[in-house]
Design a protein. Structure first.
Length: 237
């Protein structure tokens, strides 16, 4: 009887340990579910159609940020990359958005491959995370200004890059003071001006876009024959 009594007590201790472990596991699972739900993002496409000639970029951006509850006044953009095919259909797009709320930043990573060969890649991928610091935030262009400039350039057919099967529209999203020289374009309000003064220099503040042509969607190199450079001055936003 004494022996069985000790065995029962040992069994009770074992059951208590199992219960403690199970409770801890439940806490971990619930915490993971809360984290995932808190950081879950709706899979909303920036552009509903693939024909870039017919896209209303400003309206698309407005609908996109409203769907994801992104602010108009505080959201900025960086690492923008958009690839078009020779018919100006969207091949793929990706960019990062930084939204500021008081002293907290929400970082959105967006990618959408419209024409990838692998089906599992042909989908929207949006993720977000919150941080207390984003050092380059003050140097980035506001997303609203960026998409307004993109819309103005698209309406002027600036992104048509004849002679290449693919075009990459790329921008770091950084506002900067820089000296401009050689051949380049300047967007002033909704007007595009080509500057062809070789060797001239102009000190200006703004951000830039490059349109780079290539015969493949994964091999873009910048040189005189493949690249158009456009500068968007801060005063013209």
């Amino acid at each position: 009887m004494g022996y069985h009594g000790k065995l029962k007590k040992g069994g009770d201790r074992l059951n208590i340990k199992k219960w403690v472990i199970s409770s801890s596991l439940i806490v971990v699972i619930l915490g993971a579910i809360y984290y995932l739900s808190k950081n879950d993002v709706k899979e909303v496409p920036l552009f509903q159609q693939t024909d870039f000639n017919t896209v209303n970029i400003k309206d698309s951006w407005t609908l996109f940020r409203n769907e994801l509850n992104i602010s108009k006044e505080n959201s900025k953009i960086e690492n923008f990359q958009l690839i078009l095919d020779e018919k100006n259909n969207i091949y793929s797009i990706k960019f990062d958005l930084v939204d500021k709320d008081n002293e907290e930043f929400t970082i959105y990573h967006y990618s959408n491959c419209y024409a990838c060969e692998l089906k599992e890649e042909n989908k929207i991928n949006i993720s977000k995370n919150k941080v207390n610091e984003w050092l380059q935030y003050d140097k980035l262009v506001y997303a609203d200004s960026f998409f307004t400039a993109l819309d103005a350039l698209n309406q002027k057919d600036f992104f048509e890059h004849k002679g290449f099967e693919y075009s990459l529209i790329v921008s770091s999203g950084w506002n900067e003071f820089r000296e401009l020289e050689g051949d380049y374009y300047v967007l002033e309000n909704t007007n595009i001006q080509k500057i062809s003064n070789e060797g001239s220099k102009t000190l200006s503040s703004g951000f830039n876009l490059q349109v780079i042509g290539s015969d493949r969607p994964s091999n873009f190199s910048t040189d005189i024959g493949t690249t158009k450079f456009v500068y968007i001055d801060n005063d013209s936003e």
